[in-house]
Ligand binder design. Structure first.
Ligand code: G3H
Ligand code: ZN
Length: 279
């Protein structure tokens, strides 16, 4: 089926008290494995293209792969730009057929983040594409992005932002971080509750840094209203583990099938956890 917007799948998540995973894709194998996992679980999926893949010239290539995979499937699939670095990059992605773009203005002063995000929304919403914004530059490093903002956003900052911007999804830093956690993260669910209680229309909330979070932490985040959870590092490591496991087979299709099974296993477990009835 045709690609769908981020808003469509997050509305589904809200109605089912679930979260939809946003998996970063870096090559065809990973994209195909993630799609196979979503097919086996029969759940919506967000396939995200990040700055690492874009830096090595894969924006259009991966967009074509995702469009082909979605066309072969009956599942709702979102093609999403992760941590969009500029207004121009988001427009290039819209032109390439993305149905969702993140503009990451978290390292900008609040006023500038609002202004820039508004611009992206004007272009994206004009053609039915969803927009995700970010408040509080999420700590950790990912695809060359080093988050050095405060570990947490303030409720006042979120209120000022959502009063100024009509965004479809908002990534907030509540103690989460990119990459593997060095110690058990303490996500601030009290802060999440305060954000959800704001009078203004609160957009769907997004949790970045999904790799390495314990199941109980993920369940609590979903209970507190998180509707999109980003996972990149665990997927990448699974792929590399798969390649390493077959290194001496010296047969490329053995490499690929084992690496894909490693990725599929991680992705299926995440989809099951994020969409479990008991959440
Ligand atoms: O934007 C990508 C995600 O936030 C991935 O975070 O690598 O810690 O899973 P992660
Ligand atoms: Zn992220």
């Amino acid at each position: 089926m045709p690609l769908v917007s981020l808003k469509e799948v997050l509305d589904w998540a809200e109605a089912h008290n679930a979260a939809v995973p946003a998996f970063n894709i870096d090559n065809i194998d990973i994209a195909q494995s993630l799609m196979l996992a979503a097919e086996e679980e029969q759940k919506p999926v967000i396939l995200a293209v990040g700055q690492g893949a874009i830096r090595v010239g894969r924006l259009d290539l991966l967009a074509s792969v995702v469009k082909t995979l979605a066309a072969r499937s009956a599942l709702p699939v979102v093609l999403h730009l992760d941590h969009g670095a500029s207004f121009e990059q988001t427009v290039a992605c819209i032109r390439a057929g993305f149905t969702s773009v993140m503009f990451d203005g978290s390292s900008l002063p609040l006023r500038e983040n609002i202004e820039q995000t508004r611009l992206v929304i004007k272009a994206a919403h004009a053609v039915g594409v969803s927009v995700e914004a970010e408040l509080g530059a999420i700590p950790g490093a990912e695809d060359g992005i080093v988050g050095n903002g405060p570990a947490k956003v303030s409720v006042a900052e979120v209120e000022a932002f959502i009063n100024g911007v009509d965004v479809d999804a908002l990534a907030v830093s509540i103690g989460n971080a990119h990459g593997l956690y060095k110690s058990e993260p303490k996500l601030d669910f009290e802060l999440l509750r305060s954000i959800r209680k704001l009078k203004a229309q609160v957009p769907h909330l997004v949790l970045h840094g999904g790799s390495g979070l314990q199941d109980k932490v993920v369940r609590s985040a979903i209970q507190e209203g998180v509707r999109k959870i980003n996972v990149a590092t665990e997927i990448r490591l699974a792929y590399l583990e798969g390649l390493r496991a077959t290194m001496d087979s010296r047969d490329i299709y053995t490499y690929i099938s084992v690496a894909r099974s490693f990725v599929m296993n991680v992705a299926k477990a995440k989809i099951q956890l994020f969409t479990a009835e008991e959440n």
